[in-house]
Design a protein around this ligand. Structure first.
Ligand code: SF4
Ligand code: SF4
Length: 401
């Protein structure tokens, strides 16, 4: 009989299974070589960087490129996923702030937005508003978020294409591998060794879905990006309208309070990614994309001792006692790999749907990690390069600009 009861398993799994997760040095090197090439193409974008070299930028590019590939090699060689992913994820979030704000100051003079900036489409398009733009775009042919349609990396067109490709490939893995905001609450969630608040009522995990429904309908009704205007915690570290009246004052207070509460204080107290798990409507939206892609986390019931370690460790409350009993994570799983790393019985594993689980758990893991790491490098790598350039410039000249 199959180890798993799930109906979509096409073939029965063997009863006794060895679960090696890591590779030897040579195999890790061989697996890393194509990654070295692919990330090189993504980061350098051709030979232009070498033709008229800006030494600071070229040095930063080479450092980030080699650093990323050393991390990927370490993932293969140790069999550990989350510790490396999490470190990069936090660095990328910090890099985002270190590049975004200086860029704004350089191009606009300050981080405050004016109505003219909105109307002129000078605001970069952010993936958080994707759920809000879909209904207006479909029914009224209106893109409600002011931003460039086709020009620039953060244009509406390129962000939608990137989101679609990543969602089809990774599902809600987006939230642990691609989203450059996610590293903020993740970083704060690591600050204390033990949680002060030890339990969170699981019913709170429905809140993002409720927020999603409200903001999608409100955005469609008002043809304005409701979440972006009123609820986004990350406005506090990106850009928001200058405070000129009561409305902008209320908005600013909301942005800062949500950031402090959800991204800083609650993650510290709970050791969970509270913004991602309990508030973010984009995260709720991403959960359904888990159904569209082939990667998932499974639990081998034959090995599982029901110790509950994965349940207590999961940073997004995406695996429960009940789901472990069913042999899977919930649809909100962000595929961070923590439960796989932490499982003392090696019962939790990455898995490719419609294949027999655990025949080759290493292969299933590599098949997920390859695209996940490439998306992470494509988005985060350029931010890390930008941040490194700013930091080196600051050290060399005393100014980031
Ligand atoms: S940590 Fe591993 S053994 Fe413990 S409940 Fe989770 S899957 Fe089972
Ligand atoms: S279930 Fe496992 S892989 Fe999914 S989010 Fe939780 S810890 Fe990460």
């Amino acid at each position: 009989m199959s180890t798993f009861a799930q109906p979509h398993f096409a073939a029965p799994c063997p009863a006794t299974i060895k679960v090696p997760k890591s590779f030897g040095w040579l195999a890790s090197l061989v697996i890393t070589l194509p990654m070295l090439l692919l990330t090189g193409v993504l980061l350098f974008g051709g030979l232009e960087a070498f033709r008229n070299p800006d030494l600071l930028r070229l040095g930063s590019l080479l450092t980030v490129w080699l650093g990323l590939n050393m991390v990927f090699f370490a993932m293969m060689q140790t069999g550990k996923t989350n510790v490396f992913r999490s470190t990069l994820f936090v660095i990328i979030a910090i890099s985002f702030v270190l590049t975004f704000i200086p860029n704004l100051i350089e191009t606009r003079g300050n981080i405050g937005l004016t109505q003219t900036d909105f109307i002129d489409g000078k605001t970069p398009f952010c993936h958080m508003v994707i759920p809000m733009v879909l209904i207006p775009a479909a029914f009224t042919k209106t893109i409600i978020f002011p931003g460039s349609l086709l020009t620039g990396y953060a244009s509406i067109g390129s962000m939608l294409v990137l989101w679609l490709a990543a969602s089809l490939t990774l599902g809600r893995g987006w939230c642990s591998w691609v989203c450059f905001f996610g590293g903020m609450d993740e970083g704060c969630s690591h600050l204390l060794k033990m949680p002060v608040m030890k339990t969170i009522d699981p019913r709170w995990t429905y809140l993002p879905l409720a927020i999603l429904l409200v903001i999608v309908l409100a955005s469609a009704a008002t043809l304005s990006p409701t979440y972006c205007e009123w609820l986004c915690p990350f406005k506090a570290v990106t850009e928001f309208e200058s405070v000129t009246n009561v409305r902008t004052l209320v908005q600013t207070v909301l942005f800062v309070s949500l950031f402090v509460g959800l991204v800083v204080v609650l993650p510290i107290l709970t050791r969970k990614r509270t913004q991602c798990a309990l508030f973010c409507p984009m995260g709720a939206f991403q959960s359904w994309t888990n159904k569209l892609n082939i990667h998932e986390i499974r639990v081998n019931r034959e090995y599982c001792s029901d110790c509950g370690r994965c349940v207590s460790k999961c940073p997004t409350l995406s695996i429960t006692k009940e789901s472990v009993a069913r042999g899977c994570a919930l649809s909100s799983c962000t595929k961070c790999g923590l439960c796989v790393d932490e499982c003392p019985r090696k019962a939790a594993s990455f898995h490719v749907k419609w294949t027999c689980a655990f025949i080759s758990p290493r292969l299933a893991r590599v098949l997920f990690l390859y695209p996940a790491f490439l998306f992470m490098s494509a988005i985060g790598g350029s931010m890390m390069v930008g941040a490194l350039v700013r930091i080196l410039r600051l050290i060399a000249t005393g100014s980031m600009f």
